[in-house]
Design a protein around this ligand. Structure first.
Ligand SMILES: [Zn+2]
Length: 282
């Protein structure tokens, strides 16, 4: 038989325990940022602006770049063009195109392929300085970087930071986060469960809508997508697909397209309060 005190404790546990459990459950449910009415999703569109080592692509640069610029203009997209200057083509030599990209309000960053081939710190520094000089001819202050084949080294990141870069885009998958050196890392948005099928947010696999919808359901509201300007040369239907994709997300979501520099500024204000990245209302 229970005495009165035991009974009281028993009763209060019986009453309070479910409340405590409910409390734990409620606090462990994260409310995704995008559930706020009219809160936008952030789309960071990046273009690896390059030909790599394919000589045949050289002649296609002006037409393909301008086709993409027209598409971006149609959708009011502010994008980031990551320009290579280390292969058979130095993109900074296309003066008209660089000026047209800048005039449309896009950001120009740096894309470099040979990091793993460089032996010394001096060689690494020289590669960065060369790009800065080339960009400097247009008064571009390079802030954003992507390594070719997503192959980056800690040393190169350190030198980029010293050279004034703010954003790295060399991680193949993940979510935006701060690197130890203070740079913002913007990995490609990736559908984890389909890893084996290589489902990144790019235009190769034609499943962009699905990735955006599924990630959004999981609470993602910052997306990083990428492609190369030559993708539309190799696949004539791609430009049309891209056009449809952007129309689709614009209809379905409150999309805001921002450059990498803008992303850095936006996230930086949150940095002191919270290490995780959330965008707030831009
Ligand atoms: Zn590349």
């Amino acid at each position: 038989m229970m005495n009165v005190d035991t009974k009281r404790v028993y009763l209060s546990v019986k009453l309070i325990l479910p409340l405590l459990v409910m409390g734990v459950m409620v606090s462990s449910i994260q409310t995704p940022v995008h559930q706020k009415p009219n809160s936008p999703i952030i789309m960071i569109v990046t273009v690896d602006w390059e030909v790599g080592n394919e000589e045949a692509l050289r002649d296609t640069i002006p037409d393909s770049t301008r086709a993409i610029l027209r598409l971006f203009k149609k959708h009011d997209i502010k994008a980031t063009f990551l320009a290579e200057c280390d292969s058979i083509v130095n993109m900074f030599e296309y003066e008209d195109l660089v000026n047209e990209i800048l005039a449309d309000g896009h950001e120009i960053g740096f894309h470099f392929h040979l990091i793993c081939w460089l032996q010394t710190e001096t060689q690494m520094k020289t590669s960065i300085e060369y790009a800065k000089e080339e960009a400097g001819r247009y008064n571009i202050d390079l802030k954003s970087f992507r390594a070719g084949c997503f192959e980056i080294t800690p040393k190169y990141l350190e030198l980029l930071k010293e050279a004034g870069f703010h954003v790295d885009l060399s991680e193949r998958e993940g979510t935006p986060h701060w690197l130890n050196n203070g740079m913002l890392e913007l990995p490609l948005t990736h559908l984890k469960k389909w890893h084996i099928l290589n489902y990144y947010l790019n235009f190769y696999n034609r499943d962009m809508e699905k990735i955006v919808n599924e990630k959004y359901k999981d609470g993602t509201d910052i997306f990083v997508l990428y492609f190369h300007q030559w993708n539309i040369v190799k696949d004539e239907k791609l430009l049309n697909y891209m056009d449809n994709f952007f129309s689709y997300i614009e209809k379905k979501y409150n999309v805001k397209y921002i450059t990498c520099k803008e992303a850095y500024r936006m996230f930086y204000t949150d940095k002191e309060n919270n290490d995780s990245i959330s965008h707030g209302d831009p």
